[in-house]
Design a protein around this ligand. Structure first.
Ligand code: ATP
Length: 269
C-alpha cells in the first residue's frame, strides 16, 4: 500500500473486486469517516494497452463529474510506481444487480425513484460531455437504502467540451448495449439512455427485453431491436411506462429520447 494513503486512511476489509482492482473499506484517520478505496496494481496491466487507459480515465472523469448526488464521489487519488489508489464515497447498501436478483420484479412506484435518480445523473454526465457506455445494474450502487450512485467509469469517455459527438468502438455488456454500438456504427450519448431503458424494462419485467441463449444470440436480438411487452409480465404495467420504454429503446437514435426528455416524460412526474 502506498505510504501516503496509509498516513491518511486506515485500510480495512476487502469489499469487492473488478477487472482492474480490489476495493477495500477504509476510514479517515482524521475524521473517522468511512470510504471505499479502489486499489489497482499497475504491474498487472501492460503499459500501452487499452486497459491502462481505462484505469486512468476513471479518476479523471470522476473528478470532472464530482459532485453529483447520484454519482460516486471521488475524494483523493494516490499513485506511486506500482499502485493507483482511488478513494471513493462508500456505497455499502446492496447494488441494483443484487436487488433485482432478490426481488425479481419491481412495481412502477418502486422503480420510478431509482430510474429518476439514474437519469438525473445521466443528464449531468451528458452535459459535461461524458458518456458512461457501460450502464448496467452491477454498476448502480446505493449509499443508503434509496440513494442511487452510478459507479465504474472505466469504460466512459469524454467527448468535446460539453458537446457529445460521434464515438466508435464496441464497449458495454451484451444485454444493455445499444444496437448502433454493436453494429459498429458511430454513436453518441444516447447509448446511455438505451442502457437505462433496458434497466427499467428488467426491473418491471424481471427479464431483459432482448434475450438470447448465447452472447451471439443476445447481440442478434439487440440488433433486431424488436421490443415486446409480453402480457404475463406487463399486464399490470401502465401504458405510460410502456410509452417511455418505447422512447428509450427506440432503435432509431434520432427518435430516441435524450436524458432530459426522459426526465420530462409524464411517467417521471
Ligand atoms: N464506492 C464503492 N463503495 C462500495 N463498494 C464498491 C464501490 N466501488 C466498487 N465497489 C464494489 O467493488 C466491486 C468492484 O468494483 P470495480 O469498479 O473495481 O469493478 P466492477 O464494477 O466489477 O467493474 P469492472 O470489473 O467492469 O471494472 C463492485 O462490484 C462493488 O461491489
Amino acid at each position: 500500500m502506498t505510504e501516503a494513503l496509509n498516513r491518511e486512511y486506515q485500510v480495512c476489509e476487502e469489499i469487492g473486486r473488478g477487472r482492474f482492482g480490489t476495493v477495500f473499506r477504509c476510514t479517515s484517520r482524521i475524521s473517522g469517516e468511512s470510504f471505499a478505496v479502489k486499489s489497482i496494481d499497475k504491474r498487472l496491466i501492460s503499459g500501452d494497452s487499452l486497459d491502462s487507459q481505462c484505469i486512468l480515465t476513471e479518476p479523471k472523469i470522476l473528478q470532472l463529474l464530482t459532485p453529483h448526488h447520484n454519482i460516486v464521489q471521488i475524494f483523493a487519488v494516490y499513485e506511486d510506481q506500482f499502485h493507483l489508489h482511488i478513494v471513493l464515497e462508500l456505497c455499502d447498501s446492496q447494488d441494483l444487480y443484487h436487488r433485482i436478483i432478490d426481488k425479481g420484479v419491481f412495481s412502477e412506484s418502486e422503480s420510478k425513484p431509482i430510474v429518476k435518480q439514474l437519469v438525473q445523473a445521466i443528464s449531468h454526465m451528458h452535459k459535461a460531455g461524458v458518456v458512461h457506455r457501460d450502464l448496467k445494474p452491477d454498476n448502480i450502487l446505493f449509499s443508503s437504502e434509496d440513494t442511487v450512485k452510478i459507479s465504474d467509469f472505466g469504460s466512459a469517455d469524454i467527448v468535446g467540451g460539453g458537446e457529445v459527438v460521434a464515438m466508435r468502438g464496441v464497449v458495454g455488456t451484451p444485454y444493455y448495449v445499444a444496437p448502433e454500438v454493436l453494429a459498429g456504427m458511430e454513436y453518441n450519448e444516447k447509448v446511455d439512455v438505451w442502457s437505462c431503458g433496458v434497466i427499467l424494462y428488467v426491473m418491471l419485467a424481471g427479464f431483459p427485453p432482448f434475450y438470447g441463449e448465447s452472447v451471439t444470440d443476445i447481440f442478434d436480438a439487440v440488433l433486431r431491436g424488436n421490443l415486446r411487452f409480453p402480457t404475463r409480465a406487463f399486464h399490470s404495467v401502465s401504458p405510460l411506462a410502456k410509452d417511455l420504454l418505447r422512447r428509450m429503446l427506440s432503435k432509431d437514435v434520432s427518435r430516441r429520447f435524450s436524458a432530459d426528455q426522459v426526465l420530462r416524460h409524464q411517467w417521471m412526474q
